[in-house]
Design a protein. Sequence first.
Lengths: 410, 410
Amino acid sequence: MARTISVEVIYRGIFQKTLAKNICRGIVLAARKEGKIGIAFGRYGDSPERNGIPAKNFAIVAPNEEELQLSMAQYEPEQTDVTINVDDMMCKGVESWAWYGLQPINQKIREQGTLIVTSMLPAEELIKFCHTKTHPYRLAVLQAIPSFSGLWVYKDDHTDVRILGALPKVCPELVSLDSVLAAIKEEWKDDLKAKSARRSFEQVTARTVRPGEGNPEVPYKFDLPGWKTMREGVTIDGIRLGEPIKFGDEIGGYRPARNPYFKKFSTRTMRPVIDFDKCIKCTLCWLQCPDSCFDVMPDGTYDLNAEACCGCGVCEAVCPVDDCVTMVNEAAFGDNKSQWEMFKTDKAGYKAWVDAKIAHRPERSHGFRYLGQYQEQVAKMGPAAGTPEKGSAGPGGRKQMGAGAEGGEE
Amino acid sequence: MDGDAATAVRVAAAEQEALISGSEAVAVATRLADVDVLTAYPIRPYDTLMQYVAKQIANGEQDAEYIVAESEHSQFEIAKHAEAVGARAMCGSSGVGWCYAFEAIAVTPALRLPLVAMVGNRALDDPGAFGTEHNDALAARDLGWMHVWVDTAQEALDTTLIAYRVAEDRRVFLPCAISTDGAFLTHSQTLVKIPPQVWVDEFLPPYNRGDLRLHPDNPITIAPQVNEDWLMEIRRQTDEAMRNARGVIEEAYRDFRRIFGRGDGNPFFEEYQTDDAEIVLLGMGTLSMPVKVVIRKLREQGQKVGFVRVRWFRPFDYERLGQLLSRFAAVGVIDRDFSMGSPFNSGVLANEIRSVLYGQDRRPPVVSFIAGLGGREVTIPAVKEMIEQTRRAAETGKTPMDTQWIGVRA
């Protein structure tokens, strides 16, 4: 008997808004071809969306109106049959607003449900980023670069229809390929799009992720106060003053206190790497950082607080020294540890680490860095245009690709 | 076209289905109703209406004056003046935006201007919150505006057409506010039937302001200063118009059913499984979804429970509602609003229901609940809890003297 099926799309606010909406509308319209009904909606709490901050859209398909009612007048379903992540770096978890905490990318996936990720990384690399689950689920990697555009423009690169094409493969209960193709032809009136969907259906494969496989960290979360314990007058505690930093015998500098309820790092697709030996202590990164991510260290250099950094790249842009602050693809990092402490502990080791991280510019970036890059990357995304080499992509390698917020090619 | 030919055209026309939100459905209705003047000022969640109207105009689907005002106050003033010269107008707002227009809102009924407005229900700031709460629309409950609540996008579209028909009836000539729950209706896309133009044209005659039209050929003065020797008669006129609206609403729904083939026999409130019900819950808007789900579940277990959803809050069908409710052993009223310091510390609706029942020979206990404020989901367990408390009141025959807050953290 047909049952209600829930799909969520986790996307970068604004940059992928239209993409997420297209996918969810496409699901409901395709299911309609089979006489089912559905609802497509965004998670209201994510709105108004801000650039790059993780957000969610949902499509819920039910056999009839009564079944669908259970999923209406809600912000999000309790569980998903399919979760779609359209920027692989969100595998590290997502945080949209304060008080939500960090939500694992696979948080809502039911047992044997599927996580679809658009990525050029192999499944094994992505699983390392995803938080562990206590039940098995499946992971399907759709070879694609993150499709980013803007508030007023949409880069029509077929990511939407490629994901729609993958759905009947990973969740045949949801909708058939024929219905997806029919809906695509009706909604977009474009045979090429239907062809992309079919190709994606043929290519996509899924593997099982076992219980306990992945990132074992417990994501941070908060308890919300009750009406008797909450401050009155719609007030919250202000952020107090910071304090000097102690590291071994060294005491000095300044670390501002930060909002403990909103860390923002899941917005990041790139991260600054700092070469402390090159730092001239000009203060510009510290001064210009919109999120006050930099701490003044006892030696007068500036260290990045990677929990507070949203990866905007202003520090790199204002730094007057070559290769002192360099933005690097977030895929190259497994944690949020202090770079300065690494530097103080093992200077030679740190130098080698920095060099390795920044060696591959300009391809190092999650985003676009040069004209023609997109065309090069598209050629690698499917067998029709050349079979991609599997498993050869490592952090910083040539396959660290994506369409970035900078949007040089929109 | 003679009568038979017109009927043939109407029968041959078919509805089309679209995947749109509640606000988008209202926007489609303004196109079908050939609204002349749309005034706009952005505030979430109402803004989804103005965005879709703008899109329809940009796509060449809708022909209307679209005026973005510099505030909600001007927005409502412009729409009001457009109505005075005989133009069909639409505006709307949400939360404190609606409050900011309050001077214009307050003067519109006495001038007998049949303006239709969509209220995307939203919590009043502070704190800044976007979720649904009915206090915004209810703040204007006593002024001579008609108020109707809907719970699906389809009902939003249909009710907008009905609202023009009722408001523009010469016996009424009063403004009408259509309340749509923020997020659950305004930001959720469902499948909506869009009626053909010929049906709408048959249902909705052109707006004819007659002798009240402000025009050089019909020199009149609107809203001169008056003293105590005039005002009470003016109020009584507005009161009479609101009384008349009850019958006009019935006529409009009868006609709507005849032409569109859908709609409830009783315009004022929806009865869900009330025929043999022992106890009922009562509320407005989209909380109907979880309530109906629970009622079906409990019915499977043999519990005789039902639900009454109030659509028209002004005019209130107190006679029929009083007769209906007096049948039950207890009534649980869910307010998605508050009225601080009111009798029993209830919300607005609960005290209306107590008042409705006072004249009845049989007066069942009224259990008053406040739930879902600020858009908090009214969950399945919350509905079960409310039914349980209502059942206890039925068993003891006692009305609890205080209001229960459901789903609030202590």
